[in-house]
Design a protein around this ligand. Structure first.
Ligand SMILES: [Zn+2]
Length: 87
């Protein structure tokens, strides 16, 4: 094989490798985005129980939206617990 042929082979290989890396990076980034959306607490908007917990962890007084979400969550869990004990 001549140097020219080998060079062409390697360049082809590099193009394929780059392409595959690019695809895999996009795929793993997309997956990370979708899973961190709600597990990354910093991104959770106020008005959720997760945000309520974040307030508490920071030693803040939870804002009204978060308090309401927390209360609703408590009510929901309580209702489910009652439904289970009745049934
Ligand atoms: Zn809040």
């Amino acid at each position: 094989m001549t140097d020219d042929q080998r060079l062409k082979q390697l360049l082809d290989l590099r193009t394929r490798v780059d392409h595959e890396i690019h695809i895999l990076q996009r795929r793993t980034q997309a997956r990370r985005m979708s899973t961190t959306r709600w597990t990354n607490v910093e991104l959770v908007p106020c008005g959720t129980e997760t945000a309520y917990a974040r307030h508490r962890r920071r030693g803040e007084t939870p804002c009204p939206a978060c308090k309401a979400a927390r209360a609703a969550g408590e009510r929901d869990r309580e209702a489910r617990r009652q439904a289970r004990t009745v049934a």
